[in-house]
Design a protein around this ligand. Structure first.
Ligand SMILES: Nc1ncnc2c1ncn2[C@@H]1O[C@H](COP(=O)(O)OP(=O)(O)OP(=O)(O)O)[C@@H](O)[C@H]1O
Ligand SMILES: [Mg+2]
Length: 271
């Protein structure tokens, strides 16, 4: 029995052959490396010696039960938190502890589990923030980058709508566009499908795939919709209590007893 079968088919993409796993593009270069990342809060150890490598243009899924440390790992990579131990390397350069805005200039962008749009600003203005911060420019070029990112997420028709008037799904798309407009090497997506319905999930899947294919961005994607992760990711890693317990092709990870046990308890892994 595989994890996908046990988790059900919420937002299933079974019926969409266009969204099925395709051969990943040829790539060679490592863009992000984490070495032995550790962090604790008070007496609580949240990440224990996490190693990770992300290749150029790779679509890497990161799954794990609630509280496993996934968002904390994103906060370490984007330098919201400084790790107690270990280092983060971007294209071979050590970037541990650099200011988050500096990392944005250098090519790390992200979205948030609890969507963080600037709600008094329009969709376009939100995305301009990414375009301006990522490239340190304000002119015509930044506007063109923002528009291109809005087009990629199919939000150009709503560009002048205030974020506060958008649905959750549209605000999540604006966040993805803001992240892409900064011109990232690595985009970190923290549960971009949380709270979306089945058709919104399918749209988000198409967009994540297009972002990787057309923008040549490496994507590290945290998600609880494991069906979606297993369908389109090149590789999947699993975090449990702050430790990476699996790393491999989706079909291998989905039937790994350690992974099934982490999600469903020991008895399930013996079924
Ligand atoms: N700033 C903080 N102070 C104290 N504890 C924290 C802090 N940030 C995270 N934690 C704790 O770290 C653990 C991991 O949290 P994290 O949000 O990284 O989990 P997660 O894997 O993203 O879970 P979920 O799938 O529910 O989003 C939790 O126990 C959380 O309470
Ligand atoms: Mg989280």
């Amino acid at each position: 029995m595989t994890l996908r079968m046990r988790m059900g088919n919420e937002g299933s993409v079974e019926s969409r052959p266009d969204l099925r796993l395709i051969d990943p593009p040829a790539r060679s270069a490592e863009v992000l490396r984490l070495e032995r990342i550790c962090i604790s809060f008070g007496g609580l150890t949240v990440l224990s010696g996490v190693d990770l490598v992300l290749q150029q243009e790779e679509l890497l899924g990161l799954i794990g039960p609630n509280g496993a440390g996934k968002s904390t790992l994103f906060n370490v990579i984007s330098s919201i938190y400084r790790p107690d131990g270990g280092d983060v390397f971007l294209k071979g350069q050590k970037v541990t502890g650099l200011a988050p805005h500096k990392l944005c200039h250098m090519g790390i962008s992200r979205t948030y589990q609890l969507v963080k749009t600037f709600n008094k600003m329009t969709a376009f203005e939100n995305v301009m923030v990414g375009a301006v911060y990522g490239h340190r420019g304000t002119g015509r070029e930044a506007k063109a980058r923002a528009m291109a990112a809005l087009e990629l997420v199919e939000m150009e028709a709503k560009k002048d709508v205030r974020a506060s008037h958008l649905t959750l799904s549209d605000r999540r798309l604006v966040e993805v566009a803001r992240s892409l407009a900064s011109g990232p090497v690595v985009a970190l997506l923290d549960e971009p499908m949380a709270g979306l319905n089945a058709s919104e999930i399918r749209k988000m899947l198409t967009i994540i795939k297009r972002a990787r294919d057309e923008r040549k961005v490496a994507i590290l994607w945290v998600e609880h919709k494991v069906d979606a992760i297993f369908r389109i990711c090149d590789r999947v890693i699993v975090l449990d209590y702050g430790v990476l317990i699996a790393d491999g092709k989706p079909e291998e990870v989905a039937k790994d007893p350690k992974v099934i046990e982490a999600y469903l308890g020991e008895s399930a892994s013996r079924d």
